[in-house]
Design a protein around this ligand. Structure first.
Ligand SMILES: [Zn+2]
Length: 452
């Protein structure tokens, strides 16, 4: 298989050929959710995009030769605030959201990452990294806080391609009297008695958010690894800070070699935000739309481009899949040959890949078995059409509720059929109602009904 894989690397600001450190152990780290609130459609985008990349790397390098790490941030100021606001314990809150997040991942048909470490399980390692940074004068302690000193790291700003003044001007930098420089960021902060905290050489406290990714990527992928991914909003300060911490603590020039960032999701051309109230959470979508529709919609734009989430996009994806499911078959798919993967190898060009799926579908519709295998293999490469035809149909039916008039008419028709002894027709009518998500029950002379 041709492994000519090309990525747009945020670090170099250009397209580069992918050259893994070790072809037998390709590593990818993607920043996972902070489990303080239900994930929304903007969070779903990197989940699906990096899942497609994970599947592609597995196809190119071998299933067991790719390590995908995606963390869970289960200690953070947002979590503490949300727990107070919702009057839920931190444990209850983080467990509920983590469970819902995992259901979202299954709903979107994402493969499990190889490792899914939690921040709270790596506090000791985080304390060690802070101690190391302090020892080598990359950090300082002030008022029970430990800060990373940004001026001690010459490459700071390289990922976002900005100098210090531009970084300060363009972002909301946290103001603190304990900081020496506005760009310095917190590695360790004190915790109130009521808030979660761990004992450390600087008193009882908790880690700054950025630290966990430096620690956990090193644990599972090593000091230097291949790919680091996440949303565009993470470039600064989060990823910039990860690089600073890791390079300084490890005395290394490089951290991740290739940085991939996906664009934002807007909702009807507006920025999604809590204050506008236009946040679409994945768990709400689960009730009404099949996950494959969401998956296809999320892949319809190139990952670096912004994606506008609207009714038209969902309808188009629904119609496409309705059509594609006519070619569904429970067959063993084959490895994609020739240049079938080429659009994906070209910086994960999913729109071009989907255009190809449309032409493969046309071929498959002509009835040739080989074309059908080709089409289904190509769909399953990006995690589509893996669900049974039955469950695809049933999901749709259960969403469209037939009205009472229709139901009552069918019950009446069935009653008359039974009266005439036409039990075959009566059964067909009962089945028709069932197919429309309605269950009927005969009690003495009366027939009652309910939605499934
Ligand atoms: Zn991270």
């Amino acid at each position: 298989m041709n492994k000519n894989l090309v990525f747009f690397n945020t670090l170099s600001n250009k397209k580069e050929k992918f050259d893994p450190i070790n072809i037998n152990k390709v590593g990818m780290y993607v920043c996972g959710p902070t489990v303080y609130d239900f994930p929304h459609i903007g969070n779903a985008r990197p989940l699906v995009i990096f899942d497609v990349l994970f599947r592609l790397l597995r196809s190119l390098y071998g299933k067991n030769k790719v390590t995908y790490v995606r963390n869970i941030t289960d200690i953070d100021d947002k979590i503490i605030a949300s727990s107070k606001k919702n009057k839920k314990s931190i444990k209850e809150l983080t467990e509920t959201i983590t469970k819902s997040f995992h259901e979202d991942c299954r709903y979107l048909n994402c493969l499990n990452p190889t490792f899914e470490p939690k921040a709270t399980e790596h506090i000791k390692e985080m304390i060690n990294m802070v101690s190391n940074l302090l020892k080598n004068n990359y950090a300082y302690e002030n008022g029970k806080h430990v800060y990373f000193s940004v001026s001690s790291f010459k490459n700071y700003g390289k990922l976002s391609n900005k100098n210090s003044e531009q970084l300060v001007a363009g972002s909301r930098v946290e103001i603190s009297k304990y900081k020496r420089d506005p760009l310095d960021f917190v590695l360790w902060k004190p915790s109130d008695e009521k808030d979660p905290g761990w004992n450390s050489p600087w008193g009882r406290g908790r880690p700054g958010w950025h630290l966990e990714c430096s620690v956990m990527s090193e644990k599972f992928l090593g000091k230097q690894f291949d790919i680091h991914g996440g949303g565009l909003d993470l470039v600064f300060p989060h990823h910039e800070n990860e690089i600073a911490q890791s390079c300084c603590s490890n005395n290394n020039e490089r951290f991740a070699n290739y940085w991939l960032h996906n664009g934002f999701v807007t909702f009807d051309k507006e920025k999604m935000s809590k204050s506008i109230g236009n946040i679409v959470t994945i768990n709400k979508l689960r009730k009404n739309i099949n996950g494959q529709v969401i998956r296809l919609a999320l892949l319809s734009a190139h990952y670096k481009q912004p994606l506008d989430w609207n009714e038209k996009l969902i309808n188009e994806s629904q119609n496409t899949l309705d059509k594609w499911y006519s070619q569904f078959d429970k067959i063993d798919t084959e490895e994609l040959k020739d240049d079938a993967l080429k659009p994906l190898q070209e910086d994960l060009n999913t729109p071009e890949y989907i255009a190809k799926l449309h032409s493969l579908f046309e071929e498959a519709s002509k009835g040739n078995k080989l074309s059908k295998v080709k089409f289904l293999s190509a769909c399953r490469q990006i995690g589509l059409l893996e669900e049974d035809k039955e469950s695809w149909r049933n999901f749709k039916k259960s969403k469209v509720k037939v009205d009472e008039k229709f139901i009552k008419q069918k019950i009446q028709d069935r009653k008359e059929a039974r009266k005439k002894g036409n039990y075959k027709l009566a059964d067909t009518l009962r089945k028709e109602l069932e197919d429309n998500g309605v269950i009927i029950e005969d009690k003495q002379d009366k027939t009652t009904w309910k939605y499934k």
